[in-house]
Design a protein around this ligand. Structure first.
Ligand code: G3I
Length: 456
């Protein structure tokens, strides 16, 4: 018999796990299984059930209605611009935190994860006097290192543990190239700026996942191969890169990859031993301009992207670079503005979900385990524990019978009845003897917790 403390520990672990996975429907037994494609769930509910993040960007110009969509349908927030060095400090050391603070507070208030975008982006949106300040120094390398340290310290000091992931370095490679892009950091510090940035971030934010964030114009591409080489070499050199952000901008005018290619490329990055997130997903409708049903084709492609990510266990999250088609950077960024309206997002200009919404939700669901399948898994596990002699006594048969019945009820979405059966299952497991009593009781309890059986 497991000691009481061990059993208590197992129960706490089960409760924590199940609480994280529990659908957003709280305060009552679940009314639907969001792990089932087609269930009337939000993307956020399904993402939580699948144990992944699905996010979007926040910006100060968003309406209350857009922010309501962000809070209801997404589990993660990235500041589109507000946390970039040149936006939060237009001049070196001259910080204005209001926009970033508001976004961080929004994420916290709504229980959403916050991605910190981005600490070091040497190409755009830097303080207007950064380059001149460094150039004027007697030792530009030392000055740049000092300024990086001050900026990272300011950002991590202010937003700290609220930021789960930092895009430590954004877009270090050339636009369509395979070498490091020329930028203010490379000029002052050489390639070592990457290692310095990640070392600084690790020292300041030991609890955060540190990401290198990059985009490609096509999949596969020499740039993707160069990205893998860069990350592999940096990590081999001890640079603490935890994750790679593949932005996922599917621009107009560039070819769309198929699902197998995206899965293959994501897997190749994962094989480096890093987490992956698709960090800036948008899909220009220009690609479907000649299609009889462009919205359906766009939905299918969104589904392919998400399915490719869900097929790679290290792919932990996806963020769309916008909420609704009326506010997309693509419509204002040459040359992509030539394809405006790009309509690249999940919600239309009336803030209504497009077909891509359900396609994304149902692709995410493939990562989740339906309650029915979880119950059958418990049924099989209890049976094996009994066969192995680790769970003994007449009540084991009772436990298996009621869990099997619960699985059948879960198939019929009779959630309350399943809760009752599973309660009997827990009692029966606890009446058994043998070293696996706690394991059996915890497994059934975890299912009850996921179903919110004991909610008021
Ligand atoms: O802040 C000024 C404002 O004072 C001025 O009145 C206005 C007039 O044009 O410009 C404002 O700056 C704009 C800035 O966004 C803040 O809104 C810039 O012009 C505009 O170019 C800038 O665009 C952003 C772009 O990054 C900059 O490169 C986009 O909103 C943003 O979506 C985009 O996001 C990047 C990611 O951070 C990194 N990956 C690529 C992605 C797309 O470029």
């Amino acid at each position: 018999m497991a000691s009481i403390s061990a059993r208590g520990g197992l129960l706490v672990a089960a409760a924590t796990a199940a609480a994280l996975l529990a659908p957003a429907v709280s305060g009552a037994i679940v009314a639907r299984d969001c792990a089932r494609p087609g269930a009337a769930c939000t993307i956020a509910e399904t993402a939580r059930r699948a144990g992944v993040h699905f996010g979007a960007i926040a910006s100060s110009g968003q309406s209350d209605a857009e922010r309501a969509l962000l809070a209801e349908h997404f589990t993660s927030v990235t500041a589109e611009n507000a946390m970039k060095w040149g936006e939060i400090a237009p001049r070196v050391g001259n910080y204005g935190f209001a926009d970033a603070d508001e976004i961080a507070a929004f994420a916290e208030t709504n229980g959403m994860r916050l991605r910190g975008h981005t600490l070091a982006w040497g190409v755009m949106q830097m303080p207007s006097d950064l380059a001149s300040t460094v150039a004027a120094a007697a030792d530009p390398a030392a000055r740049m290192s000092e300024l990086l340290g001050e900026h990272f310290g300011t950002m991590v000091g202010r937003y700290g543990a609220r930021v789960a992931q930092w895009d430590v370095v954004n877009e270090p490679l050339e636009v369509a190239g395979t070498v490091l892009a020329k930028n203010v950091f490379l000029d002052a510090l050489g390639p070592g700026y990457l290692g310095l940035s990640f070392a600084l971030a690790r020292a300041l934010a030991p609890g955060a996942s540190l990401y290198l964030n990059e985009y490609v114009l096509s999949w596969p591409s020499p740039k993707l191969a160069a990205l893998r080489t860069l990350v592999g070499d940096l990590r081999a050199g001890g640079v603490p890169i935890d994750g790679v952000g593949i932005q996922g901008h599917f621009y107009p005018f560039f070819p769309l990859p198929d699902r197998a290619t995206m899965e293959q490329e994501l897997r190749a990055i994962a094989d480096l031993g890093v987490e992956i997130e698709i960090t800036e997903l948008d899909v220009s409708s220009w690609h479907f301009r000649d299609d009889p049903d462009p919205l359906a084709r766009q939905a299918a492609f969104f589904g392919d992207v998400v399915t490719a990510c869900m097929a790679v266990p290290s792919c932990r999250g996806i963020t769309t670079w916008g909420i609704q088609d009326g506010d997309s950077w693509l419509d204002h960024a040459p040359p992509f503005d030539l394809a405006a309206p790009n309509d690249p997002l999940l919600f239309d200009r009336d803030l209504e979900p497009k077909p891509a919404y359900a396609a994304v939700r149902d692709a995410i669901a493939t990562r989740a385990v339906p309650f029915e399948d979880e119950a059958w898994g418990v049924f099989r596990r209890v049976g094996k524990l009994r066969r192995d002699g680790l769970l003994r006594g007449p009540s084991v048969r009772t436990a298996r019978r009621v869990v099997r019945r619960a699985a059948q009820m879960l198939r019929a979405e009779r959630f309350a009845d399943a809760c009752d059966r599973l309660a009997r299952g827990v009692r029966a497991a606890n009446e058994a003897t043998g070293p696996a009593v706690a394991e059996a009781a915890v497994a059934i309890t975890a299912l009850r917790l996921g179903l919110l059986c004991d909610e008021a």
